[in-house]
Design a protein around this ligand. Structure first.
Ligand code: HEC
Length: 126
């Protein structure tokens, strides 16, 4: 391959890799799939008292700003600045924040996996 062709080849490879990556990632990040019920998730968010620390869109909140506002959560790149904002990571975070980030101010609240999926579905807006 001549030197002039190398940049072209690199560009073609990048496009291919990008297509493969986005193909693997499905329709993320705008519509992550968590197999949860957002209506039930909203109810669970109230049940666990998440709104004592977070402002959650569509849920009455008494938050004093301990945790970050959870609006537009699907557009966030990272969860707690620690792990990529992907459905499985979010479900893990909601169940065991202390395992993901030891010492974080967010407590382990005994969240079940199904509850985490439902709340994740609500936070992702579907
Ligand atoms: C005692 C206060 C408190 C409670 C209760 C609480 N959180 Fe948090 N939460 C936090 C704090 C503080 C952070 C930021 C953690 C960090 O960055 O280390 C956080 C982070 C998060 C994040 C990541 C936000 C981001 O922008 O990265 C999500 C999502 C979240 N909490 C959801 C919930 C849900 C859902 C509940 C209820 C099951 C809940 N939290 C209960 C304090 C709380």
């Amino acid at each position: 391959m001549s030197n002039r062709l190398v940049p072209v080849a690199v560009a073609v490879l990048c496009v291919g890799a990008f297509a493969a990556l986005t193909g693997c990632a499905g329709d993320q990040p705008t519509a992550p799939v968590v197999n949860g019920d957002p209506g039930r998730g909203r109810e669970r968010i109230i049940h666990y008292g998440c709104t004592s620390c977070h402002a959650v869109p569509g849920v009455p909140s008494v938050s004093r700003g301990v945790g970050p506002d959870l609006d537009d959560f699907a557009e966030r790149l990272y969860i707690a600045g620690q792990v990529p904002n992907r459905p499985e990571e979010l479900v893990g975070w909601l169940q065991h924040p202390q395992a993901v980030e030891p010492g974080t101010l967010m407590p382990d609240l005994g969240v079940t996996e199904q509850d985490a999926r439902d709340m994740a579905a609500y936070l992702y807006g579907r």
